[in-house]
Design a protein around this ligand. Structure first.
Ligand code: SAM
Length: 348
């Protein structure tokens, strides 16, 4: 299977179900040969919905003034960490808006507590924080960092993810620095951003390979009505329809499968966004087309609806225990087992 720019673009545009069957089979075989059948569970805690950014796609942008904001306390997060251990998860993922109320010291001491009181690996996804913060958190024991580059088209990126005044946003540079600091690095993109072309998405997938990502998360762009992109408007839909990537379930499976083929050893989640588009089968199909990770939500139910990056997220009312039990059942029905331990990237 030729995975140069034209080969990838060809797969992204493919609609023949029989031919696509070959892509799913290749991704599934590569997944099995490279990372095995185990599905690793990463418990996700959305620790704050404050954010200083004005991302045109995101429901927790600072511009969403009506949103009630929350920031979890250390003991609340520790309670989630203990629940992750009880439920058999190997990793705690702490995600938030870019919230400077989560200070360097607060996160460092939280990471230290998790690492000393539990066997969990710790993944952070806290945005474009200064170098000193990232170093302090790595020294405290954080293992991994997730930072999607969203799109490799620099003009589209700046349009939908404006830089902070005086600080140009360069997520590729930050990913390189994170790797140098010893983090496992994860990145990814949204699919179907208005203005995202097939050529730029093919370029994104090639970048996954160039960055040799340890983790890759992709999901469809889901419009949020309280955002500039969700309202349509001047920045939306500037491409001829034949060039615009659709934000569909089918496109998500294609990109999951292609990501597996360009980065055989990466950990790739079957995301909540996929489960949102297809509640009955979305997660399962992701796992059968290249993914090997699921991220059950551990955020206390009272905060869940407030972490509304896009509307009608799947599983929003489930407790952590219900969510874990449902996912375990779904994974076992596929004939796959639950991964044990931290489940970091095994380098060949
Ligand atoms: N603040 C951190 C950051 O920007 O990396 C982490 C939180 S951010 C909300 C996590 C991810 O949510 C983003 O990387 C983006 O891909 C995704 N996201 C935000 N709004 C979305 C939307 N409307 N549809 C799909 N994904 C969205």
């Amino acid at each position: 299977m030729k995975l140069d720019h034209d080969g990838i673009r060809g797969w992204l545009k493919e609609t023949d179900e029989v031919l696509l069957g070959a892509l799913w089979a290749a991704a599934d075989a590569t997944r099995r040969a490279s990372v095995g059948d185990a599905v690793h569970l990463r418990g996700l805690v959305e620790i704050s919905n404050y954010c200083v950014r004005r991302c045109a796609y995101c429901g927790i942008s600072v511009e969403h003034e009506d949103l009630v904001r929350y920031r979890m306390g250390a003991d609340e997060v520790m309670e989630c960490a203990r629940q992750a251990v009880t439920l058999g998860y190997g990793t705690l993922v702490m995600q938030a808006g870019e919230d400077y109320g989560l200070t360097r010291d607060f996160i460092a001491s939280l990471v230290r507590r998790i690492k000393s009181e539990t066997p969990l690996a710790v993944t952070l996804s806290l945005g474009e924080r200064p170098e000193g913060d990232l170093l302090a958190w790595r020294e405290a024991g954080a293992d991994r960092y997730l930072l999607r580059f969203e799109t490799s088209d620099p003009d589209l990126y700046e349009l939908i993810h404006p830089s902070l005044p005086g600080r140009r946003s360069d997520r590729f540079a930050q990913l390189r620095r994170l790797r140098e600091m010893g983090y496992e690095i994860g990145s990814g993109v949204m699919l179907g951003i208005p203005g995202q072309s097939y050529d730029s998405l093919a370029q994104d997938i090639l970048r996954f390979g160039e960055l040799d990502l340890d983790m890759i998360g992709v999901g469809p762009f889901i419009p949020h009505p309280e955002t500039p992109l969700g309202r349509g408007g001047p920045m939306a839909a500037t491409l001829p329809p034949a060039e615009q990537v659709p934000a569909t379930e089918a496109m998500t499976y294609k990109v999951v499968a292609l990501a597996r083929l360009v980065c055989p050893h990466a950990n790739i989640p079957s995301t909540t966004a996929l489960a949102t588009l297809n509640r009955a089968q979305g997660r399962e199909l992701g796992l059968r087309r290249g993914a090997n990770v699921v991220m059950p939500n551990l955020t206390p139910v009272k905060y869940r609806a407030l972490y509304e990056i896009y509307p009608a997220k799947a599983c929003i009312g489930e407790t952590a225990a219900e969510c874990g039990a449902c996912l375990t059942r779904r994974i076992e029905a596929l004939g796959r087992g639950i991964g044990k331990g931290p489940g970091g990237r095994g380098r060949p």
